[in-house]
Ligand binder design. Structure first.
Ligand code: G4F
Length: 342
């Protein structure tokens, strides 16, 4: 039986991956950082995950954990994941997202565990920043947020420890991936959660930032299967995982409302633009300039040809299916007990 250690196991990706690895017969350990408010709602149904306290900013805790568990595979899914917030907390972002993975890599370099532990780093399409789309493993990086620059530090640390010390360390450069377990601070879930509340008469509208940003959105289940495949490859390497299609935030809003049979018409311009219900004339979307970022990544479209060719990986769940699933999960009547607890 293989043993895996997942950092950030309480987040969307950690939870989806934990479920996948348990299904595959792994023994799964999860790192959770201390939080005064319980943050385990996403993994409450996964009784077999062994939880450990530790933190990406506490190298000693990471080293001790690796030494104790001696996992076959480590998946680093931990971090400060909100790009906008990273502008307000650049130092913490650099520490957790940039130095955190380095702490694990260095532990793997110095520890004598009798095992070639494989390391997966959750690298991000945000590292491409303003590099023209489509972006592949060959595209140059132009990060434009503290989040992107911190992720780039970790990305190069993985490559450096692979080349200099022979570690099995791989980067999965994942484009945006969502699910019903996505945090409510991200735009897709913010929209679908609000739609559920609007439908239930609990709120009137959704306030958003930049409607024209374009993202390559896929389903977290497909992308976590890809992360696992990356570590099963016989050679450590770096792979883009993406759908190859991009949609604007505006597109997402339109398709999400369409799931509950509401058609949106856009009126006005810039920060005065609103989205109205064609049938009733009710304003359902407005704009708050405070939700715009100091610097925006305008368009991300991934080219995952390498993953398709080498790992035989390609996403199975379409954009439309993803949107439908997220909206249905957030309809007040349709909520699963797990999501109600979240
Ligand atoms: O959902 P978002 O916050 O995701 P973002 O910034 O693309 O980052 C996500 O994907 C990355 C992979 O590329 C991950 F590395 C990262 O950890 C995270 O998972 O924003 C998507 C877009 C942005 O362009 C943003 O400006 O939506 C735009 N947006 C418009 N209104 C909004 C809002 N984003 C948020 N969060 N909230 C809004 O009200």
């Amino acid at each position: 039986m293989k043993t895996a250690l997942i950092t950030g196991v309480t987040g969307q990706d950690g939870a989806v991956l934990a479920e996948l690895l348990l299904e595959k017969g792994y023994s799964v350990h999860g790192l959770r950082s201390y939080s005064a408010v319980p943050d385990t709602a996403r993994i409450e149904h996964l009784d077999d995950v062994v939880l450990h306290y530790g933190d990406m900013s506490d190298g000693g805790s990471l080293t001790r954990l690796i030494e104790t568990i001696k996992p076959d595979e480590i998946y680093n899914m931990a971090g400060m994941s909100h790009v906008h917030v990273s502008f307000d907390m650049p130092e913490l972002t650099a520490d957790v997202n940039g130095l955190g993975p380095l702490r694990i890599l260095d532990a793997l370099r110095v520890l004598d565990t009798d095992k070639d532990i494989k390391f997966y780093q959750a690298s991000s399409s945000e590292m491409f920043g303003r590099s023209p789309a489509p972006q592949s493993e060959e595209t140059s990086f132009q990060p434009c947020s503290p989040y992107g620059t911190a992720k780039l530090h970790a990305y190069w640390s993985v490559r450096n420890y692979r080349d200099a010390h022979g570690l099995f360390a791989s980067n999965g450069i994942l484009f945006n991936h969502e699910s019903a377990m996505r945090g409510e601070e991200f735009v897709t879930r913010k929209i679908t959660k609000a739609i559920g509340e609007i439908e239930a008469g609990q709120r009137d509208k959704i306030t958003l930032g930049n409607l024209d940003a374009r993202r390559d959105w896929g389903h977290a289940k497909d992308y976590m299967a890809g992360a696992h495949a990356i570590l099963q490859h016989d050679k450590a390497d770096d792979f883009v995982l993406a759908s190859g299609q991009s949609y604007s935030v505006r597109d997402f809003v339109e398709r999400a409302f369409a799931v509950i049979d509401i058609q949106i018409e856009w009126q006005g311009e810039g920060v005065d633009e609103v989205g109205v219900n064609v049938k009733t004339g009710q304003t359902l979307i407005d704009i708050d300039p405070a939700l715009f970022r100091p610097k925006e990544v305008h368009e991300l479209i991934g080219d995952a040809s390498k993953a398709k060719e080498i790992l035989n990986w390609s996403p199975k769940i379409s954009f439309d299916k993803l949107v439908e699933e997220m909206v249905q999960a957030d309809r007040i009547e349709g909520k699963s007990p797990m999501m109600r607890a979240a």
